[in-house]
Design a protein around this ligand. Structure first.
Ligand SMILES: NCc1[nH]cc(CCC(=O)O)c1CC(=O)O
Length: 333
C-alpha cells in the first residue's frame, strides 16, 4: 500500500491534526490495558519488599506481597504477569536443580496467584540463569554452554511450572530445539492447553544489565551470552528463529529487547501475522527512568509514547515494568 498525496493545497495534511477530535478519528493505533504484561521479581521471605536500585520503582517482593501486587494488577485490568525469581545465592548450583523444584520460588508464587487471583494469566521464564552458579541460561561444561543437556533440564523446569498452574511458558534461554521438546513433554503429560510464548528473537544485549542485578545473576555471570543469544547485527536470522519456533509449537513469539529492535517487531508481524510481543527490557526502563529522575524527560508522556511505538510496530502486547503506571493512565482516560 502506498499512501496517496494530492498536490498542495488540495491536500493539507495538517487538516486532520487540527483538533483532538480529528486526531482521535485519524489515529491508526491504540494502546490498551489488555496489551500489557507485567514482569515481577520474587524473593524469599515474608512481608519483604526491597527496591531494585538500577530500576527505580521496581521491587523484589516475597511471595505474600507479590500476591498482593498481582491483585492490584488484576484490579487495573492487566491480563498477565510474568514471574522472575531472585533466589538465595545458596540455591545456585552447576546443574541448576532448583529450577525444577516443584516448591521453588516461582512455582510457589504461581500456585499462590492461581489460588488467590485466578483470572490473571501467569507467565513464567524458562532459563537456568537464576539457579546457575555461573549465571548462564544453560549448563556449562568445560566452558561450553551445552545445548541438548540444557534442553533436557528446561523440559523438567517447564513441566514443574505447568504442574504449578502456569498459563504461559516463556522459554528465554535460546537453546536449539527447546520449543519442540517442551511442547512434546506438555502433550505427553496432560498439559495440552498450556501456551508457549517463545523468546524467539532474543539478542545478546547490553540492555539486560539491571535485570541481572534484580535476579542476582550479575555477580555470577562469567563471560557473555553470545554463543546462544543473537547478534544485534542480524535480522534475517530473527525471521528464521521465529519460523523455527512456530513450527516447533510456539503459540506466541517475542522480540527482545524492544525499542532498539522495532524493525524486527514489524518484520515478524508482517511476515508471519502471528501473536507478536516485545519485551521493553530492564535497560530500556532504567534509561527512561534515569532521564525522568533528572527532570530531562516527562515520565507519563515518554512511557506512553514508548508503549504506543510497540503497537505501531505491529506488536500485540508488551512486557513492560511500566505496566501498572500505564494501566492507571489508560483507565483514567
Ligand atoms: N534468561 C533470563 C532472562 N529473561 C529475561 C531477561 C532480561 C529481562 C530484562 O532485561 O528486563 C533475561 C536476562 C538475560 O538473558 O541475561
Amino acid at each position: 500500500m502506498r499512501p496517496t498525496v494530492a498536490p498542495f493545497p488540495a491536500m493539507r495534511l495538517r487538516r486532520t491534526r487540527r483538533s483532538a477530535a480529528l486526531r482521535a478519528l485519524t489515529s491508526e493505533t491504540t494502546l490498551s490495558v489488555g496489551d500489557l504484561i507485567w514482569p515481577i521479581f520474587v524473593r524469599a521471605g515474608e512481608n519483604m519488599e526491597e527496591p531494585v536500585p538500577s530500576m527505580p520503582g521496581v521491587m523484589r517482593r516475597s511471595v505474600d506481597l507479590s500476591v498482593e501486587a498481582v491483585k492490584e494488577a488484576a484490579a487495573l485490568g492487566i491480563p498477565a504477569v510474568c514471574i522472575f525469581p531472585s533466589p538465595d545465592i545458596s540455591l545456585k548450583t552447576e546443574l541448576c536443580e532448583e529450577a525444577w523444584n516443584p516448591d521453588n520460588l516461582s512455582n510457589t508464587l504461581i500456585r499462590a496467584i492461581k489460588k488467590e487471583v485466578p483470572e490473571i494469566a501467569v507467565m513464567t521464564d524458562i532459563a537456568l540463569d537464576p539457579y546457575n552458579a555461573n549465571g548462564h541460561d544453560g549448563i556449562v561444561r568445560d566452558g561450553v554452554i551445552v545445548n541438548d543437556e540444557t534442553v533436557a533440564a528446561l523440559v523438567k523446569m517447564a513441566l514443574a511450572q505447568a504442574e504449578a498452574g502456569a498459563d504461559i511458558l516463556g522459554p528465554s534461554d535460546m537453546m536449539d530445539g527447546r520449543i519442540g521438546a517442551i511442547r512434546k513433554a506438555l502433550e505427553e503429560n496432560g498439559h495440552q492447553d498450556v501456551t508457549i510464548m517463545s523468546y524467539s528473537a532474543k539478542y545478546a544485549s547490553a540492555f539486560y544489565g539491571p535485570f541481572r542485578d534484580a535476579v542476582g545473576a550479575s555477580g555470577a555471570l562469567t563471560g557473555d551470552k553470545k554463543t546462544y543469544q543473537m547478534d544485534p547485527a542480524n535480522s534475517d536470522e530473527a525471521v528464521r528463529l521465529i519460523e523455527r519456533d512456530l513450527m516447533e509449537g510456539a503459540d506466541m513469539v517475542m522480540v527482545k529487547p524492544g525499542m532498539p529492535y522495532l524493525d524486527i517487531c514489524r518484520r515478524v508481524k508482517t511476515e508471519f501475522g502471528v501473536p507478536t510481543y516485545a519485551y521493553q527490557v530492564s535497560g530500556e526502563y532504567a534509561m527512561l527512568m534515569a532521564a525522568v529522575q533528572n527532570g530531562w524527560l516527562d515520565h507519563d508522556k515518554v512511557m506512553m509514547e514508548s508503549l504506543m511505538a510497540f503497537k505501531r510496530a505491529g506488536c500485540d502486547g508488551i512486557l513492560t515494568y511500566f505496566a501498572p503506571a500505564a494501566a492507571k493512565i489508560l483507565n483514567a482516560r
